[in-house]
Design a protein. Structure first.
Length: 127
């Protein structure tokens, strides 16, 4: 399955989870339930994945932790906030650049409707 196929499953799963749980819970709750839903759909889903980074010729083993990595190809950044800010989008784009991955989703479960809480971030992926 390519990134866009994975992305379709992620969006469907996120909407399902939000519909069942509603807004107002901690990010970690949505993370564990979404990861479980993705696994039920046959997708490999890893939570809190440490990602090493290279900076000024040094390798740092834990540069950041990706909330969820799906099939080793798509990063999911979870939020449960009233409003997503540009810095959240830039954060995910930086994660994509550092990993060389091409697709990520910023998923804000704090929205009343999940469709308003989904932001697709692309790093060199054809639209």
């Amino acid at each position: 399955m390519d990134e866009n196929g994975i992305g379709s499953e992620v969006v469907d799963a996120a909407i399902l989870v939000h519909r069942e749980l509603g807004p107002g819970l901690l990010e970690s709750v949505y993370e564990v339930v979404l990861s479980d839903e993705l696994c039920k759909r046959g997708l490999k889903s890893e939570r809190q994945v440490p990602v090493p980074i290279q900076c000024r010729g040094n390798c740092f083993n834990e540069g950041f932790r990706a909330d969820i990595v799906v099939e080793g190809r798509v990063i999911l950044e979870m939020k449960a906030v009233e409003k997503v800010h540009d810095v959240h989008k830039k954060q995910l784009l930086t994660y994509l650049k550092l990993t060389g991955m091409r697709l990520g989703f910023l998923l804000n479960f704090g929205e009343a409707l999940m469709k308003h809480g989904i932001t697709r971030i692309v790093n060199g992926l054809p639209e």
